[in-house]
Design a protein around this ligand. Sequence first.
Ligand code: ZN
Length: 351
Amino acid sequence: MQKSIERIVGDSEGVSYEFPVFRFEGTDKAASSAYLQAALHAGELPGVVAIDALMPMLEKAEAEGRTKGNITIVPQANPIGRAQYHFGEHQGRFHLGTRTNFNRGFPLLAAPDVKLLPDTTLGTADQRLKSRLLQLSIGHDIVLDLHCDDEGLAYLYVHTSLWPAMADCAAAMGVDAVILWNEDTDGTFEGASITPYLKVPAEVARFDRRVATTVEYRGILDVDGALAGADAEGLYRLLVARGVVLDQALSTSGSFTGIVAPLENIDMMPAPRAGAVLYDVKPGDRVAKGALLATIVHAPGEAGGRTQLFAPQAGIILTRRSRRIIRAGEDLLKLVGDSKSADARSGTLED
Ligand SMILES: [Zn+2]
């Protein structure tokens, strides 16, 4: 395993950012290769600790000559967001300098070729970081971008072209749900990882062996040793299932039995009032149409001071907020409905 340091030049004199990259060299050039990164949203740490638990497993595989494909690992992909504090509160989702989401604005290339990456010399530091991360990942058959939600189940975003071919990966990782999407115009890292392959011949795209996914490892507070160990084993099983690592002692994962739903089925449930949120449901709950989801206390102690919110359709609660303070219009939860949402906002990537 080789460790190298990447350096991203900042936007003012004397400022630059660094992050380590770990590379395992495979013994079989024909084997699938894998790229894993975590904490692109810099405060989302379940994937960071999962990678920390995965590394010894990969080092053992390497020592035993079982690393077949190349593996590139970026445990902390966003040193810019990592350093952003605003009045003592960490801000890892948006670049404060440009107000841009760190998981938006990745270049959507016409082909999987690093030579097509834009020149970011005169761009901003976050653009240089995005270009470099994409450059590091392009060429790998398997690209995993590890995130987490607010409070939630473990789930994957997957482009429809990779499903159901990626069902073995979902089973190996042991996630609860898979959300299928069709179009990314905002340039998420996942979108930038799969879009170039949608424009090349099928024999180049090789969707049968390609993996690109945003992994949502539950909630922001689910940074936990036992979960990290289980998630590391899930990642390891995926690498074995796809032939990146050889491990004959590992049993197969079986078929995926979790929820599979198109993005159009997600109801985002905006809050009708500002106030304190009392949830009646939690991630994983199955709800019927008309079920009580949450109560917002907007005028405490007054008659009519509570507003209730009901399920617009039957489905499963995928996520909810980790904080209980809310403004009108902010999203209370994500409901994966049994059918298409009537809400016009559904159908956009929300990782
Ligand atoms: Zn995220």
